[in-house]
Design a protein around this ligand. Sequence first.
Ligand code: GAP
Length: 442
Amino acid sequence: MTDLMSKIISLCKRRGFIFQSSEIYGGFGSCYDFGPLGVEMKNNIKLAWWDEMIKNHENIVGLDAAILMNPRVWQASGHLTAGFADELVECRLCHKRFKLDEIKDKKCPECGGELMAPRKFNLMMKSFVGPVEEEAAVTYLRAETCQGIYVNFENILNSMRLKVPFGVAQIGKAFRNEITPGDFIFRTREFEQMEMQWFCHPKNAKKYFDFWQKERLKWYLNLGIKKENLRIKEVPEKERPHYAKQALDLEYKFPFGWKEIEGIHNRGDWDLSNHSKYSGKDFGYVDEGTKEKYFPYIIETSAGADRSFLAFLIDAYTEVKGGRTKTTRATKETEILLKLHKDLAPIKVAVLPLVRNKPELVKKTKEIYQMLKPNFMCQYDESGSIGRRYRRQDEIATIAVVTIDFETLEKEDVTIRERDTMKQKRVKILDLTNVLKEKLGI
Ligand code: GAP
């Protein structure tokens, strides 16, 4: 593991972003829990994506489909056949298993041992519905959220009176029995996807494929990811998912290499025509004007909430050797500054009394905290020196720190300290909410 990844994992645990699932029992197969700050940040990412799709674009509606679906969905989608399988090889010596495409020189990457012949390994997670396992119906945890959108194609079209082209957005959990999960939350067996399916006339598929890749790149850049850490990779035909006519990976430069954070696919009519065939429901669309009947092509943008979380975190992570404050002697150790975009930062405002042993100061601080709390995600902190508390807030990306001091009691004003510049200014308590709202763009 790289030094930077160790630091990120340590920060995540120390400051309540991410914990290992079932840690007290030794963890469980690359599963993770998002802690108090992690859930705020992840919700912020999902909200930014939802707003982008639903508010900033026209003709996109939302959906929240069930995770468990009729197993025939997965027959129709091709996920139960060879299409959704990885090739697995096992070492004869240490019995570790690897994805075939991770093997470089036909030897076990761990011990150099001889490898057995590759086997196909389906990634669907199987489960059972009903109390008695032997009699119960087999079901699968969804491997991609979008199938819930396709099977509801007609319901959405009719209930919302939509016309092609239009889009359906959905955020939700997906599950894959990955052979080699790893790299922290990069590849896990349970993860969250943010998927938008754009239904269009086949002749316009290329135009929208180009449009959506530009839009998606812009979204990451607008939320602060550095341009040099993002790239688009065209996926060659033999590596494309079974449903894709054309595919792009939007890649981020992780400490462990360039890796996909989002897939953009032209799925053609694969999904609608197969669901029509398997269900008997005709998903052919009739254009009201031309009377032409066709299966709309689907351009999908499929982002991982967890992978983007990791990318945003890594991109924002900054170390300042010797500390940022030049005015005190006490801050000479390396400081961590998390430069998350204001929309993604888990805590927007911290409220601190200058010292905690003056009851009138603490009382006033708590009043101000209560005043701000309904408007912003706030944190009250009174333990440790003021410098140490500022640094604690910098480490979790808090945008503004409001400090209540002795002058506050006389003049009814406070200081606001900005995270990135450390600039401080005094603001009247009466104006505080509006000044912070303006700063946070809300
Ligand atoms: N519906 C298309 C689809 O699922 P994908 O490229 O297989 O496409 C899309 O997945 C995104 O979902 C990926 O770019 C990644 O961000 C996320 N993802 C996929 N498998 C994952 C895993 N095992 N762990 C975490 N995220 C994953």
